[in-house]
Design a protein around this ligand. Structure first.
Ligand code: MN
Length: 228
């Protein structure tokens, strides 16, 4: 056994739907502005600029429908409903045509955002980390294996307290799942256990304590959490 001077961090994991199996999480990459209507609502130009990324720590995941605590230091906690891609086979400079063979599976996820901190960071040219990568900022539903799901289309929707706030279709992704995998793998060597949050459609909005968030991606499943 390695002689660690402190206890090494526990692994985070996402459950595999309908089993007792777990997908261990290594890193969480997130794509910014990947639906045109969301780019417009954020005040950006949705023309096809290259994709860009930010990250969350691996232990930001909240699974099993567990509650999400309202985070510190914000008055504007926003929901962003997203398709999440779980990488099962790593690689660099992955070809678009080969990209889906690197996917272990898919799940629904929420890229919860301290929007006021993110907006301040944008204004001052500072990093987004504290707006995006805070504790427990990534509720996720159960994973389904890649086989049998085509990520090029499918309804994506979020309800807050039973009312639809975000609704769109995966076919509206500016950068498709294979394109994102290929592009990201030119920037870092993807590793098994990496998750990619693929971006959110329009309709992002603030939530408050007590709100119940229920998201679906048609063919994948759901993500559910209550803000407490
Ligand atoms: Mn997002």
């Amino acid at each position: 056994m390695p002689n660690y001077v402190i206890t090494p961090p526990a692994t985070s994991a996402v459950p595999v739907k309908g089993t007792d199996q777990l997908f261990p999480v290594r890193r969480i990459f997130c794509v910014g502005r990947n639906y045109a209507e969301h780019a417009i609502e954020m005040g950006s130009d949705p023309t096809r600029e290259p994709p860009f990324y930010f990250t969350k720590p691996f232990d930001a995941v909240v699974t099993g429908g567990a509650d999400m605590p309202y985070p510190s230091a914000t008055k504007s906690l926003h929901h962003e409903m997203e398709l999440v891609v779980a990488i099962g086979k790593g690689g660099k400079n992955i070809a678009i045509a080969d990209a889906l063979s690197h996917v272990w599976g898919y799940c629904c996820g929420l890229d919860m955002t301290r929007r006021d901190l993110q907006n301040e960071a944008k204004k001052t040219g500072r990093p987004w980390d504290m707006g995006k990568g805070f504790d427990l900022s990534a509720p996720m539903g159960d994973l389904i294996p890649a086989a049998g799901f085509d990520p090029s289309k499918g309804k994506i929707e979020l309800k807050v307290n039973g009312k639809v706030t975000q609704t769109s279709d995966l076919s509206k992704l500016i950068w498709s799942v294979p394109e994102v995998i290929a592009n990201l793998s030119e920037l870092v060597e993807l590793q098994p256990g990496d998750l990619i949050m693929t971006g959110t459609p329009e309709g992002v909005a603030a939530v408050v304590k007590g709100d119940v968030l229920e998201g679906i991606v048609e063919g994948v499943g759901e993500v559910k959490t209550k803000i407490v």
